[in-house]
Structures are given as structure tokens and as C-alpha cells.
Design a protein around this ligand. Sequence first.
Ligand SMILES: *[C@@H]1O[C@H](CO)[C@@H](O)[C@H](O)[C@H]1NC(C)=O
Ligand SMILES: *[C@@H]1O[C@H](CO)[C@@H](O)[C@H](O)[C@H]1NC(C)=O
Ligand SMILES: *[C@@H]1O[C@H](CO)[C@@H](O)[C@H](O)[C@H]1NC(C)=O
Length: 413
Amino acid sequence: MGHRMAICVALLWVCLVTLALLTKHTSHAIDVAVLPVDPPANIKITDPGHLGHLSIEWSQPSSLQNLTDCVIRYQLRFYNTYTGRWRSLRTTRHSYEAQFDLEKPIQVRMLTLAKGACTNQSEVLGEEVEFVHTPDHTGVAGSRIRDFRCVYFNKEYMDCMWQSGSVDTPHSKHSLFYWHREMQETSECPEYILSPEVRRGCRFPREALLEFSEFNICVNGSSAAGALEPAFFSLEVQNQVKPALVSDLQVLGEDGLVQVQWSPPAGHVPEHCLEYELEGTTESRDGSKLQWINVTEETTLDFPWGGESERKCFRIRSKVNGYCADEGHWSDWSQSECFPEIKVEKGIHKQWDALSLAGMLVIVVTAVLTLCFMLWLLRKMWMNRKEKKYNFYTLYQEKVQKAIPPILSPVCH
Ligand SMILES: *[C@@H]1O[C@H](CO)[C@@H](O)[C@H](O)[C@H]1NC(C)=O
Ligand SMILES: *[C@@H]1O[C@H](CO)[C@@H](O)[C@H](O)[C@H]1NC(C)=O
Ligand SMILES: *[C@@H]1O[C@H](CO)[C@@H](O)[C@H](O)[C@H]1NC(C)=O
């Protein structure tokens, strides 16, 4: 009995809630019906030739034009091909500029929002419309360049390198164009890097670069078979930095400690922008090695030293840290420095290792030849002696025979 009651009450409650929700929805629907909030009109995407920096433009829907006391806003969503996510924003303006990858379709979704006396003070969202624009860039299939990579060396110059496309196109010649927001229009690469006669990269002097801004690049070209498929890139130059080598690594030992010191590489990368990776190796007398890594923003580190029975070696490299850039390239490793500087036992072995195979061969061959020569000498001497002995013996026999026969003859015969 009690159970049935409970079920009935529950059902009734569900019915009431549903009814309430439906009523609410209906009243809202009436609001919208009173004022149809149409999507923005005349949406268009214009390309000013800035290699992917496009402008999206639209106008107010005519149905909302004569309204007073009404705030009209637009919601714009577009697919960011670099992050792989939709980006969303709301604005009262009628245009917006954004960076797109011109090798991919451009997807934009828009709707109108109205709020004010016209909507009885509630915000009303209109219907969303989608706009897709596919840039047409034609070229010989498979001729798009590959393995594009830029490195901004110690903030002195930036080299961008590439490989030619998967399809071999005869007499092909690549061209690179770039743009950033302080340029009126695109410029061609200031200095091509040739390898050996073919364009394989571009060197930008520091003055041509702009940090913390889109830096757009297009590599296209021509060939006997036709135009090459263009490749588009958008990067931020501060994220391509590769610091110079740390050249003054010092390892000192005192009071049971090994102190490692270095100074930031000279150049345009500010000291506070660098982080370091210190690789340490402890070699024990028994030949075992232990390796570890320290990541630090300091320029000195101390380690306990286990005394004469061990030797510690270090090398270091640096990179721009997270305060100054989102990413970067590691510098090359510095030379290795050790404490104590030379390990005697290992030193001899190292010298042996260093001896080239050729050197070893020369020694072996010389030794063998010397041995052969000595053997030959010995043999010759022995032969000489034997010959002399033989000669002497025959001479002796002759003499004896001459002398003895008269005495022995009677006995024998
Ligand atoms: C808005 O007003 C203009 C003239 O003031 C008129 O020509 C137009 O038809 C009106 N638009 C709407 C949607 O009422
Ligand atoms: C506007 O909203 C108020 C309460 O918020 C309501 O009383 C009124 O009926 C609404 N007017 C219209 C036209 O929907
Ligand atoms: C390469 O791109 C630039 C910049 O967009 C353009 O001016 C040039 O005509 C293109 N070259 C070829 C061969 O397509």
C-alpha cells in the first residue's frame, strides 16, 4: 500500500515538473516568435594576400535594422587548424581578422544575439549558420615541400630549411614569401640557402623578424611540369630560438664538494629567459658509471664528492624557458668537464683507444718483418757454419786419408 502511494506521488511530481518545463519553454518560444533574430547577413571571407591572415566580414540582418533600444551582438566560431579546436568569441563589430591555414578548408559559424526592450530584457540567440570556404591552390600533385623547420640561432638570424616534395619535378625552383603585421605586403626571402645549387632554405636577419606575432610563410615554386603546390606556415619567431653553446663550463672541487659553474651564452637572449640542462656522470674506480640530469635556471650547482675513488663529469645545454616563450630548441651540448680532470688508469686506456688501427698494423707488420729478418739471418749464419764445418771436414778427411792409408792398408787388405 505504502509503496504504491510513493510511486504515485513520484509519478505526479515528474508530471508536474515536465509540465512546468514545457510551459517555460513555450513562453520563451513566444518571445522568439515575437522577434525573429536572424543570422548575420552577407558573411564573406577576404584574403588580403597576407598568407593566411584573413578578414571575415558580415552585416546586420535587415530584420533587426530599425529596432531601437536593442543591443545586437554576433557570435563567431571558427575552427583553428593549428590547435585543432573551435575558437569562440562575441563582438558588436562587423568584421574580425584571424589566422587560418590556407591548405585546409576554412570553417566559420555565426549567429546573432539580441537583448533589450526588443526582447523584453532577456538575451535571445538566433539560429547558427555555417560558412565553409576552401582556398584553391593548385600545383603538381606531391610537389609540396616537406620537413619545414625554422631555427632562430641565439636570436641573431633565423634559418628555415625544407626538403623538396615527394614527386620529382624537373627544373623546379622554390620561392619563399613571408609576412608579419608590420609589413604592408609579403616580401620574398632576403637570402636563400643553397645546397648545392638548389634552394633548400632561407636566412632571415634579425631585422626582418617580429616577435610575439604571427610570422607567415609560403613556400611555392615553379617547374617544367607546372607550378608547385604551395605550403603555408604560421609561426611565432620567439618559439624557434636555439641559444648558443655554453662555452665556459667550470668544475671545481673543494671540501668534499664539486661545484659546477657556467655563464649564460653571450648574445641577444636575456639571461632570465634561459633554463639549463646539466648532465652529470659519476665514474667509479671499478669502472661503473651513474648518470643524472638537473634542470635549473641557476648558473651554479654543488654536488657531494665521494673522494679520490670517483670522478664526476658534466656537460650542459640551454633553452629558452617558459617565461619567455612557449617552446624552443635546445642548444648543442657543451664540452664535457671533469673533476678530477684526468683519471690516470683510464687515461692510459684512452691513449690505447686513441691509437689508430693503422698505427697498430704498422707496429705488428714491423715486428713480423723484424722477426722474419732475424730468422733469415740466423738461418744464413747456421748454413754458413755448416758449410764451413763441412768444408773443414772434407779437407780433414782428405788429409787423414792421405796420411793414414800407408799405415792401415796392410790391416785392411
Ligand atoms: C527600416 O526603415 C527603412 C526606412 O527608415 C525602411 O525603408 C525599411 O524597410 C525598414 N526596414 C524594416 C525591416 O522595417
Ligand atoms: C516581459 O516580462 C515580464 C516579466 O519579466 C512579463 O510580465 C511581461 O509579460 C513580458 N512581456 C512580454 C511582451 O513578453
Ligand atoms: C608564390 O607566392 C607568392 C606570394 O603569394 C606569389 O606572389 C607568387 O606568384 C607565387 N609563385 C608561384 C610560382 O606560384
